[in-house]
Design a protein around this ligand. Structure first.
Ligand code: FES
Ligand SMILES: [Fe+2]
Length: 346
């Protein structure tokens, strides 16, 4: 079960153009394209004639023509043409999904379209804030989306999965951790005071010991905003004096494809040299490397979870935040399902 009435990320804006793009969200096939004027459109990716996927068809102006027998649908989802036949069945209409284009990403509403206008996407303005230099990427991960949230909320794994970039022994041994577990969010604050810089920070120019912070905020259904960074040790970073250091925003949006596969949109933004594209690219490459490492872990974990379904597992202290995030998700999904049931019954 997935939370439906919320904005998910559907694509990087650059991925959607005049060639239909098919993607599955929450087990529903969706086709996306842009009109001739450039507006993004999302329709059910299913021809109402014989279920052929519309993303295999082609655009004709602002309409999409099925690649099997040529039925054509306008960008509101109405069937507007049946080749060789004058009569167009009204029941041929397909579903249209609300979309938003914001900060270089395209967001989709998979739930009740009437509720979309009253809801805003999670704040990821760092993606195009002039005070930050940002770069995004899309990854397709064969794992339950909740495993990705677990990964992002428990950074003790950096020591063991990312020793060549952002991990070091001090990352677990010296971490001062505070969890703020709220009804609708989870924030984990980790401070690493007076530690040797791990490889990524050494490459960014830190010579001596650093004070390093990692502040992860989870918002349902699957967004994590990770504010990380470092200054030279003893210069007041914990009290808020972070000039001269480096700040990084790692923005993560995970959209379930199915129960066991996920679309993973992520970006890195850096505030040290916001207009320096080479500095952004260098940091993107550092963090990209860590994502490739996580990718391998997540897909392996998914497979091993399936092979070991029902086997007993234990929890440790660093699971508190991921466990709370799942509680929030379960509660919201349950509440949403309850509202749908009550609407059906009345
Ligand atoms: S399946 Fe699309 S036109 Fe027949
Ligand atoms: Fe990681």
């Amino acid at each position: 079960m997935f939370l439906k009435n919320c904005w998910y990320v559907a694509a990087l804006a650059s991925e959607v153009g005049r060639k239909p793009l098919g993607r599955i969200f929450l087990n529903e096939p969706v086709v996306m394209f842009r009109t001739e004027a450039g507006a993004p459109v999302a329709l059910e990716d299913r021809c109402s004639h014989r279920n052929y996927p519309l993303h295999k068809g082609r655009l004709a102006g602002d309409a999409i023509e099925c690649g099997y027998h040529g039925l054509t649908f306008d960008c509101a989802g109405n069937c507007v043409k049946v080749p060789g036949q004058a009569q167009i069945p009204e029941r041929g209409r397909i579903r249209k999904y609300p979309l938003l284009e914001r900060w270089g990403w395209i967001w989709i509403w998979m739930g009740d379209p009437a509720l979309a206008a009253d809801s805003a996407p999670v704040d990821f303005h760092w993606l195009d804030d002039p005070a930050w230099g940002a770069k995004s990427e899309y990854l397709y991960i064969k794992s339950d989306y909740r495993l990705i949230i677990d990964n992002l909320l428990d950074l003790s794994h950096l020591t063991f999965v990312h020793p060549g970039t952002i991990g070091s022994a001090a990352n677990v041994e010296k971490a001062q951790i505070r969890n703020d577990l709220k009804d609708d969010s989870v924030t984990v604050t980790r401070w690493l005071i007076d530690i040797a810089p791990p490889p990524t920070y050494a490459r960014a120019g830190f010579k001596g010991n650093i004070d390093r912070w990692q502040i992860m905020r989870f918002e349902p259904p699957a967004f994590v905003n990770l504010y990380a960074g470092a200054t030279d040790t003893g210069t007041g970073a914990p009290e808020g004096r972070r000039q001269g250091g480096i700040g990084l925003r790692n923005l993560d949006a995970i959209t379930p494809e199915t129960e066991s596969t996920s679309h993973y949109f992520w970006a890195i933004a850096q505030d040290r040299a916001p207009r320096d594209a080479a500095a952004t690219e260098a940091m993107f490459q550092e963090i990209h490397r860590t994502f490739v490492e996580d990718w391998e872990v997540l897909e392996t974990q998914q497979r091993w979870n399936e092979l070991n379904a029902g086997a007993p597992t234990i929890n440790i202290n660093s699971d508190a935040a991921p466990i709370h995030a799942r509680r929030i998700l379960d509660r919201l999904i349950g509440e949403e399902a309850g509202r749908v049931q009550r609407r059906k019954a009345s």
